[in-house]
Design a binder for this molecule. Structure first.
Ligand SMILES: *Cc1c(COP(=O)(O)O)cnc(C)c1O
Length: 411
């Protein structure tokens, strides 16, 4: 077993060897421009892009005409939100109109930052507070809807805590109210069953590097029937991707993206069982040896490979320093940037600063083994025990002293 153990699959995944193999010929032998219509080099590239588009579509239940390739989810989010506001924001296209957007406080920064940008451009954004497990309810969405609501923008599986939102139900409500439904599917696609039509989704982003494909490519699903969604392009210059996203396509990476989608589709159930099993094993092993462990997330609605735990009575920095050499994980404080702000997600869920700082996100993936999970659990147990042995607070808690009632000297 090689250390450090990689348990950060929500940040990015390794490229699957089969994906890399599929990509390689498209750097050298088949290097054509997919937009070159006059010769076999171009045709070969175009054919490869078509195949990739088919594979993306098959994985998400759309038609290939509804797949717009981008540089990743961040760009797809920009196109979806800004593109819809520009298209529908002030004119009346059917019943969809207005500049009100409903989102949540636990979105990825890509959605939150685009929303902030749109607010500066005259949009009104409602940021819903999720429940304690990080979940948004259909009722909350219904309550927030107004006459001028243009769009609901919501994360499917949360990248920090793994909580899964009730997408299908919220989508049904959106369609009933003629409101566009954008879903950030980056962590969900390839990990749980996704069917954009059954799930009532109008726009959805996905990213290759979160599903064993290469970095720098992704897609936006843009629905073409009931309703047909139109967007104003955000990158102009040549009219590629049905005029929604210009620029020469990254053929090798798209070939990899397509292959990654195929592998996810063909192995979905097997992989869900694998990662869920390891997640359950990891949590059980940790809990068997440690008390005061808090799950950040929704135990009933959790991404298979995501486990976010807080360890009371340990200091976050010391915890990370104790495991850093052996485990590659993310913490509830460092993940946003180099700053020590607690994560905006944990804060929105009402997790206190101390618990937020001591939170660890374990990301389990395709290549994770039982041996690695056991090793990770043991490192965590060891480190938390050692830190708690040094903690007067933990000692007091063990003695049954209510810490909130203690009057500290100097206060
Ligand atoms: C990684 C991630 C993004 C950003 O995706 P990129 O392709 O890296 O731009 C957006 N949303 C979620 C939920 C993510 O996990």
């Amino acid at each position: 077993m090689k250390t450090p153990i990689y348990l950060d699959y929500q940040a990015t995944t390794p490229v699957d060897a089969r994906v890399l193999e599929a990509m390689l010929p498209y750097f050298t032998e088949h290097f054509g421009n997919a937009a070159s219509r006059n010769h076999p080099f171009g045709w070969k590239a175009e054919e490869a892009v078509d195949t990739a588009r088919e594979e993306v579509a098959k994985l998400i239940g759309s038609s290939s005409k509804e797949v717009v390739f981008t540089s990743g989810s961040t760009e797809a989010i920009n196109l979806a939100l800004k593109g819809a506001v520009e298209m529908y924001g002030d004119s009346d296209h059917g019943k969809v109109k207005g500049r009100h957007i409903i989102t949540s406080l636990v979105e990825h920064k890509a959605v939150l930052d685009v929303c902030k940008h749109l607010e500066k451009n005259g949009c009104d954004v409602t940021y819903l507070t999720p429940d304690k497990t990080g979940r948004v309810s259909v009722e909350q969405i219904a309550e927030a809807m107004r006459e001028d609501t243009l769009m609901v923008a919501l994360i499917w599986g949360n990248n920090e805590i793994g909580t899964i939102n009730p997408i299908r139900e919220i989508g049904a409500l959106c369609h009933e109210k003629d409101v566009l439904f954008f879903v950030d599917g980056t962590q969900a696609v390839g990990k749980i069953p996704v069917d954009v039509y059954a799930d009532n989704i109008d726009l959805m982003c996905l990213s290759a590097h979160k599903m064993y494909g290469p970095k720098g490519v992704g897609a936006l699903f843009v629905r073409r029937r009931q309703p047909r969604v139109r967007l104003v392009s955000q990158i102009d210059g040549g009219g590629h991707e049905r005029g929604m996203r210009s620029g020469t396509l990254n053929v090798p990476s798209l070939v990899g993206f397509g292959e990654a989608c195929r592998l996810c589709r063909e192995n979905l159930e097997k992989e869900m069982a694998h990662t869920t099993g390891l997640r359950v094993r990891l949590e059980a092993r940790i809990r068997a040896s440690l008390d005061e462990v808090h799950l950040n997330g929704n135990a009933d609605h959790l991404l298979p490979g995501c486990l976010n735990l807080s360890f009371a009575y340990v200091e976050g920095e010391s915890l990370l320093m104790g495991i850093n050499n052996s485990l590659a994980v993310s913490s509830g404080s460092a993940c946003t940037s180099a700053s020590l702000e607690p994560s905006h997600v944990l804060r929105a869920m009402g997790v206190g600063d101390d618990l937020a700082h001591s939170s660890i996100r374990f990301g389990i993936g395709r290549n994770t083994t039982e041996e690695e999970v056991d090793f990770a659990a043991d490192r965590i147990i060891e480190t938390v025990k050692r830190l708690r042995d040094l903690s007067p607070l933990y000692e007091m808690a063990l003695e049954g002293i209510d810490l909130s009632s203690v009057e500290w000297a100097g206060h």
